[in-house]
Ligand binder design. Sequence first.
Ligand code: ATP
Length: 370
Amino acid sequence: MGRDRVAELTLRAVEKRFGAVQAVKAVDLDVADGEFVVLVGPSGCGKSTLLRMIAGLEDISDGEILLDGRNLNAVAPRDRDMAMVFQDYALYPHMTVAENLGFALKMRDMAASEIEAKVNEVAAMLELDALLHRKPRALSGGQRQRVALGRALIRDPKVFLFDEPLSNLDAKLRVGMRMEIRKLQAALRTTSIYVTHDQIEAMTMADRIVVLKLGEVQQIGTPIEIYQRPVNSFVGTFIGSPPMSLSKADVRYEGEAAFLGFGRGQEIRLPSDRAAVLRSAAIAQIEVGLRAEHIALADGGGEDEATFLSDVILVEEHGADSIAVVRLGDHEVMARVKPGGVHTGDKGRRFEMDVAALHLFHPEKGGRLG
Ligand code: ATP
């Protein structure tokens, strides 16, 4: 198995309407050969519908889907050379693991000896060797998902489609399986589209992420691009854990400078380039996005225009670091600190904001400024 074929997937202005519900709105996407693209968004954003349209399980209302330049709109699912892995595994309960794995090849009239060789090859890749004679009901959830993955692999398709394949597994298995899927895909270099509502899966697995909301693409980019430069406050808060804190602030201009007022007299001075962006947008109020790593403990440091004093409302221990909920004016924000650095109930600790790293969003429209 492996790539000797090119598989580039293109979506042009793809739409889906269910009666009055517009589930997918004008999606454009170019997936490169061998790329792993993750579609992510909250429930109802249209990600499953989009995947099902790529698979051919759902008609498209408008637009086109192309594989290597060939229009797939009228091509039946079985003729698309794609294999889908489902959340509920979709195994045949009356067949053994070996029969489940080999079923698609049997349908292609492949010789029994050849099927056996392929089944053994895939079983070895997925460490299913010892389970080949069991029925699905005698397998754990993780093992069933491995068989479902094996059924897709054995077909050696041009494209893998994954529909929330890890949702039914417990947290520890999920982490293990997401690494395995990624390792297999990196070895096979098969073009892959993966749907999840879990932003951590999107961040950890994707070459590129497509963030969807209410059927519309919000942003397409690498995990780092999306994490560092979210195009709006929705993407900013959806991607990243702990989530970005959003706080409304009043802007006060003074000469070249601009200060963000968070309430209770708490002001933070913006660097001049950020101040210039706000001035040109003539903005008096702003939504400020802060990631926990951009607020640090600054005990012992001097008072300056990027520091603030706060009691510690809550500390969550994460082992390697701690997340402290602290007060910034009228708002609660999260700070990432060293373990043991702060404690719930601490009074008057000093924190420092990395003002160059904060995100500025339009207060009503949510779009990124600067
Ligand atoms: P989830 O994570 O909950 O599965 P999703 O992002 O995959 O959500 P879709 O299942 O694609 O979202 O649904 C997108 C929108 O289309 C939703 O508003 C949904 O109610 C609607 N929808 C999906 N399938 C149908 C259908 N067969 N008939 C009518 N509306 C539908």
